[in-house]
Design a protein around this ligand. Structure first.
Ligand code: ZN
Length: 445
């Protein structure tokens, strides 16, 4: 009898340890003032200067027409794995990685499939950030990468679980590529501080270009700048069905649609959580159009619906903002003020400015991504393709499952495609040009 009770106790103990392990938090951003000071002191000290720059741009925008420049950011993904074959376990496939880059572009372009779910009172605040991401073509020596934007590296000493400090000390400095040319992203088995597992964490931009900031104000960013994400929170189950993204526990569906990276790139480009001040009298994220909030969004982890009516500071809070802590499927927007803040950082933070001019993306990719735009998107009737100085030859439209649904040649004059016969959904538009092939995602409503 005794041994049976011990067995039961042991089982209960295991169960509780598993439950304890399941505490998973959205983001490893420091919570206390002391931690913030320690990890990002240079960033929080310079908010006044950054806010002056943002305000200056806001004034300029209201005088001139809206600024049109779009920014392209090259990414290298360091897949830190446990020695599995490619596509297995932590050694995630290129296809899974590509779904994550697609989510990132859809979110920063505000053309994901759920823009119409944004609460009516916030709809006008959502916009295209005109920031896009692309997997790098070349390594730092100019050699073409075997897998676009991907490096595969075994975990040092086979270690699976990392604290932020250990990862920053033991992995980043030995693996990081030039932070002026790549947005470095590491995927890892697990990130844990105490009993909490984190989906990911990011560094903040340095602001040493702004007046009055000492040159040594950027800390250790040469060796640590970038984003770390758990391998099973990287990519979207809506786009690819792989074991890594399938639900493993009651909370497993919260973070498997690619929004961890959307959120962390927000930090990488200078955004803070909307509740950063933790009170209702100060706008903690310095973005006036995100409603004042003193506390993060709380999810009912077993309820699959989005709880959109959470009240903070006496008003409905913006549950759907990418910088709050909602679940992946409930997130839908960045606001105009958040976008202005990120775009300002891309123009004043030395390391971020350099990224947008990086040469690790092939000329063809850059030209095509920068210079081919399609509109309106979403659409009902037609798509116009705008491509100055590029000759469009032909196109094919594919269903997301890969089935060809339309194809034709462009005529010299109109460069538009009648899509009125296609049923609602997301499609891939592949365009042949005299400079190469471009692929764009289109949404038919
Ligand atoms: Zn965060």
């Amino acid at each position: 009898m005794k041994s049976i009770s011990i067995a039961i106790l042991l089982n209960l103990f295991t169960l509780f340890s598993i439950l304890a392990q399941q505490q998973e938090a959205r983001c490893g951003f420091p919570k206390t003032t002391e931690e913030k000071k320690q990890q990002h002191g240079y960033f929080f000290d310079y908010q006044e200067q950054l806010n002056r720059e943002i305000e200056k741009r806001k004034q300029e925008e209201s005088l001139a027409r809206t600024e049109e420049t779009s920014f392209l950011i090259p990414i290298i993904v360091h897949v830190i794995h446990n020695g599995e074959p490619i596509g297995t376990g932590t050694n995630i496939s290129a296809a899974q990685i590509q779904t994550q880059i697609d989510v990132l572009n859809e979110d920063y372009g505000n053309y994901h499939a759920y823009t119409n779910r944004t609460l009516p009172q916030f709809k006008d605040l959502a916009d295209d950030a005109r920031i896009r991401f692309i997997l790098a073509d070349f390594d730092p020596n100019g050699n073409r990468l075997a897998e676009k934007g991907i490096r595969r590296l075994p975990a040092p000493n086979g270690r699976r679980v990392w604290t932020f400090a250990d990862f920053d000390r033991d992995v980043k400095p030995n693996t990081i590529w030039d932070t002026n040319r790549y947005l470095n992203i590491w995927t890892v088995d697990s990130l844990r501080e105490g009993s909490t597992v984190f989906t990911g964490y990011s560094s903040l931009p340095d602001l040493t270009n702004l007046g009055g900031i000492p040159n040594n104000g950027s800390g250790n960013l040469n060796n640590t700048d970038g984003i770390v994400i758990r391998y099973n929170r990287f990519g979207s189950l809506a786009k690819i069905d792989v074991p890594q993204l399938r639900r493993t526990n009651a909370r497993g569906f919260l973070f498997v649609y690619g929004r961890t990276l959307t959120h962390e790139v927000g930090h990488f480009l200078g955004l803070l959580h909307p509740w950063e001040a933790e009170n209702c009298s100060f706008d903690g994220d310095y973005c006036p159009d995100t409603p004042l909030t003193s506390q993060e969004v709380i999810e009912n982890h077993l309820n699959t619906e989005c709880s959109l009516n959470q009240i903070r500071c006496g008003q409905v809070t913006m549950v759907q903002n990418y910088m709050d802590y909602g679940r992946d499927t409930c997130m839908t927007l960045f606001t105009k003020d958040q976008i202005r803040r990120m775009r300002t950082v891309l123009q004043v933070s030395p390391r971020r400015v350099a990224l947008t001019k990086s040469n690790v993306v092939s000329y063809i990719d850059r030209i095509l991504s920068d210079n081919i735009s399609i509109y309106p998107n979403p659409t009902h009737h037609y798509i116009r393709v705008s491509a100055p100085d590029i000759r469009l030859k032909s196109y094919q439209i594919y269903h997301l499952q890969g089935q060809l649904v339309m194809q034709d040649y462009f005529d010299e004059i109109t460069q538009s495609i009648d899509v009125s016969k296609l049923s609602a959904g997301i499609y891939l538009l592949q365009i042949q040009t005299n400079r190469g092939i471009a692929v764009k995602k289109i949404l038919i409503e």
